[in-house]
Write a protein that binds this ligand. Structure first.
Ligand code: UDX
Length: 424
């Protein structure tokens, strides 16, 4: 099948390349010339493990091409995936400007029957809006169907997630479109949930919100564990082994960030409020998440004598999680802002993210002369550091582990004062 991907961010690019792997021909459409040029030359303009190699492979095999010619791209393809951004709007709702623009372009250029698939995370009811936006620009009555087919991939493991999904959700009222979608996904082994567009859109928001809920639950519980001197990691393990609960997304830390959880939880809260059925449980999820970095800062402050001015602190990790260069809603940034408000001197490091020109290149340089280290991102390389060797570089050997990634006993044996998130 000839597939058009509108929007070549990490969801669009990953989706396109996965379909290439499945033997389809793919065109990536984006209005950003810089992105198109970069991708066409085989250069991924963002960091996502394994994707650059796949991009080069399919460019070379001519299975994927990138363009900014909207009219030609729409006319030449029968299945169109909308993978454009849906950022958080000023009112908390998802901003559908890019989805609308893409839908209107399809309406203007549609020449044969097409299936339009929303992959972007969109509010419940968007499939209907997309249908209306396409129709509003049509000059002739050419049939089309709209399908909701949400993406569940994670940054940092996008490729693996997209190749091995837990499930595929197909939301459409059209039998013809459902058949085409099933054909597209015929090589995947996982269950397919077939439903209508609204339920499909809800599944995406409800999944992300539930995962965020698990994280906020363990984070709030970690504060109680701290009070009681209980190791929260043991609690996570103990409850996670119950198959009804499951072990994932129970890692206590500094809170969730990224481009999805904060945006999607808020959007679902907004939808619920608009319908007069508030999801108060999710309101608390957001609040706990906002509190978590501040809770950690207070622990840092207490341990360092109540004042942070004139203290030099090394912050390790800027990305919202490991294996990505994304800093959107990163708890690390919240922590840095707060440390600066408290007049602390900051030195920062991240293996991939470069936000400031004066940023240190190595962990050694970052921690030299500091009073404390705060680990904010669970980069594997921080685990492998020879901490014993680096300790003498510090003014005071305090280490605050906001991701519970180091062993408390080991760090203490090396002479560090170690404080994690209820990590005993
Ligand atoms: C998420 C969803 O997992 C994915 O299905 C959806 O398509 C997009 O949103 P992503 O934002 O890339 O993916 O990252 P994810 O791995 O889910 O982590 C989100 C945040 O939660 C990160 O800040 C991470 O550090 C945090 N997290 C995750 C925890 O604090 N504890 C955990 O146990 C798991």
């Amino acid at each position: 099948m000839n597939i058009l991907i509108v929007g070549t961010g990490y969801v669009g690019t990953t989706t396109g390349l996965i379909f290439c792997e499945m033997g389809h021909k793919v065109t990536g459409l984006d209005l950003d010339d810089h992105k198109i040029r970069s991708l066409q030359e085989g250069n991924l303009y963002f960091y996502e493990p394994g994707l650059a190699e796949l991009l080069k492979k399919h460019i070379q095999a001519q299975n994927i091409a990138f363009t900014n010619h909207t009219e030609k791209a729409i006319k030449e393809n029968d299945v169109i995936f909308l993978c454009v951004g849906t950022p958080k709007g000023t009112d908390g709702n998802a901003d559908l400007t890019f989805v609308r623009k893409a839908a209107e372009s399809i309406g203007q250029n549609i020449n044969t029957y097409k299936v339009i698939v929303t992959k972007s995370t969109v509010p419940v009811g968007t499939a209907e809006l997309v249908t209306g936006w396409i129709q509003s620009k049509q000059t002739a009555q050419i049939p089309f169907d709209v399908v909701s087919n949400p993406e569940f991939l994670r940054e940092g493991s996008a490729l693996q997630d997209a190749l091995n999904p837990d499930r595929i959700v197909i939301g459409t009222e059209s039998e013809a479109a459902r058949t085409i979608m099933k054909e597209l996904y015929k090589n995947f082994q996982c269950p397919i949930v077939q439903t209508n567009p609204k339920a499909s859109e809800m599944i995406k928001y409800a999944s992300n919100s539930f995962l965020a809920l698990k994280i906020s639950y363990i984070n709030e519980l970690s504060r109680l564990c701290d009070e009681l001197g209980i190791n929260v990691n043991d609690v996570s393990q103990g409850i996670g082994l119950d198959e009804r609960i499951g072990p994932q997304f129970l890692r206590a830390g500094m809170g969730y960030g990224g481009s999805c959880f904060p945006k999607d939880v808020n959007a679902l809260i907004q939808i619920a409020n608009e319908k007069g059925r508030p999801l108060t449980i999710l309101e608390r999820v957001v609040k706990v998440n906002e509190e978590q970095p501040l809770y950690f800062i207070n622990k840092i402050k207490d341990a360092l004598g109540g004042e942070l001015n004139n203290k030099t602190i090394a912050v390790l990790g800027l990305a919202f999680k490991a294996n990505t260069d994304d800093t959107r809603e990163s708890p690390s940034i919240t922590l840095i802002d707060r440390l600066l408000e408290e007049q602390a001197n900051i030195k920062v490091h991240d293996p991939i993210v470069k936000l400031w020109p004066h940023q240190c290149r190595t962990v050694e340089k970052t921690i030299s002369g500091t009073d404390a280290i705060v680990i904010c991102t669970d980069w594997e390389e921080y685990k492998r550091i020879n901490w014993g060797k680096l300790k003498p570089l510090m003014k005071q050997p305090y280490i605050f582990d906001g991701r519970n990634m180091l062993e408390k006993d080991q760090m203490e044996n090396l002479g560090f004062y170690y404080i994690g998130i209820a990590n005993y």
